[in-house]
Design a protein around this ligand. Structure first.
Ligand code: NAI
Length: 398
């Protein structure tokens, strides 16, 4: 069967297994060219391990730290001749490499917010792996049902007032003005429940209670701040309110872990990258298209993998090539927020329109990167060949 991309707004409903594998192999090759982390974690739990920053965290753990990993994600296997979701194929490709190199590699597919999946992780760590040195919290989800059964829905809206901004229709390549209504208090609360720190804290307290964190364990969650252009929709938007809660949670968790285990909790503020989650945020794809062009021209562009390797090098090797903002916050977005980069972004932002979109920004590169998330337009893949869509994971725990 041949697989073609079927894009519906900010999602592609098909995925190519060989293309997803090519993406993973490219990232693995890059990590293998770097130095091994001098003081690596031995066992790593990654929540949201199948795409974006979580996948990069798992690849660096496997290939840069030679760690055993347990990955949790919410992905769709192939059924009835339909392709699996990209995170499924990514994990299958990484699993092959991890098992070949003798690493323990287990995966759990299900809702990380649920008590059921939390119990499965506890059991898996106890029976198949060992207490963990590092917990990476990299979930990006539209909704959450908490332990008491209440479901919350996140929204991506400004909070203060109506926000009018340029944006791009990523299918048609048309720049236009969009107006986003301000969220209600209830919508803010619900977004904080989904993307704030409550679930991260529940995970860490559970693992500590179960004796599944080693002394000096680390936990890290990912956040974003970005430039003024996106503040109304990001930092001062519903998602920003959730990230502020995540930041407060890091302080609470840090006190708890440092007192009980001499451990640490922190937030890594990462740069903007093209992922499934970021593609869904209004205004951000246009900003990303401009940012990519400027960072590439200045030789400052980094992808998820390069960001996470830089983060882990500082955390587990002593080479802190990032800005430490506080005990519980490190900044990996220094290149993105470099004043010369942002001045250029602002200048282009004023001028950009549908006619000059492809010359003033890397919109073509953005579109290609978006399709690559789903395994399309990847170098070295024969898209004319028939592919087997059904790719089982060997160490997927029931
Ligand atoms: P992504 O969409 O690529 O990955 C999300 C991951 O969460 C996937 O592994 C998915 O399977 C998993 N997931 C979603 N719902 C789940 C559930 N209910 N149970 C278990 N797993 C679930 O997202 P991305 O962009 O890598 O985001 C990860 C974190 O990084 C987020 O906190 C995001 O805010 C942060 N971040 C993202 C930036 C970006 O530009 N993409 C920039 C800075 C931070």
């Amino acid at each position: 069967m041949k697989i073609q991309p079927k894009v519906r707004g900010f999602i592609c409903i098909t995925a190519h297994p060989e293309g997803c594998a090519a993406n993973v192999h490219r990232q693995i090759e890059w990590v293998r060219l770097q130095e091994l982390l001098p003081k690596p974690p031995k066992t790593v739990l990654i929540l949201g391990a199948s795409t974006g920053y979580g996948l990069a965290s798992r690849i660096v753990s496997v290939c840069g730290a030679k760690a055993d990993t347990l990955g949790v994600f919410y992905e769709r296997p192939s059924v009835n001749g339909k392709p699996a979701s990209p995170g499924w194929y990514n994990t299958v490709a990484l699993e092959v490499v991890a098992l070949r190199t003798g690493r323990k590699f287990y995966s759990i597919n299900g809702d990380a917010f649920s008590s059921d999946i939390k119990s499965k992780v506890v059991r898996a760590l106890r029976e198949k792996l060992s207490p963990v040195d590092l917990v990476v919290y990299s979930l990006a989800a539209p909704r959450r049902t908490d332990a008491s059964g209440v479901t919350y829905q996140s929204v991506l809206k400004p909070t203060k007032q109506v926000f009018t901004s340029k944006t791009v229709n990523t299918d048609k390549g048309e720049v236009f003005e969009t107006t986003l209504e301000a969220a209600t208090d209830e919508e803010v609360l619900q977004t904080v429940k989904v993307m704030g720190g409550e679930d991260w804290e529940a995970w860490i307290r559970l693992l500590a209670k179960e004796g599944l964190l080693v002394p000096k364990a680390t936990t890290v969650a990912y956040s974003y701040i970005g430039p003024e252009i996106t503040w109304p929709i990001y930092q001062f938007g519903t998602i920003g309110r959730a990230k502020a809660h995540l930041m407060e949670t890091a302080q609470r968790l840090h006190s708890f872990l440092s007192e009980t285990l001499q451990g640490r909790a922190l937030i890594s503020v990462n740069k903007a990258v093209v992922t499934q989650a970021s593609s869904a945020i209004p205004v951000v794809p246009l900003y990303n298209s401009i940012l990519r062009k400027i960072l590439q021209e200045k030789g400052l562009e980094e992808d998820c993998m390069q960001q996470i390797y830089r983060l882990f090098s500082g955390l587990f090797g002593g080479k802190e090539d990032w800005v430490r903002e506080s005990e519980t916050c490190v900044r990996l977005d220094d290149r993105e927020l470099n004043p010369s980069v942002q001045e250029e972004v602002k200048r282009i932002w004023q001028q950009i329109n549908t006619e000059n979109l492809r010359t003033l920004s890397d919109f073509d590169g953005y579109q290609k990167k978006f399709l690559q998330l789903f395994g399309f337009e990847c170098e070295g893949v024969n898209y004319e060949a028939d592919v087997n869509l059904d790719r089982p994971m060997r160490h997927l725990l029931p």
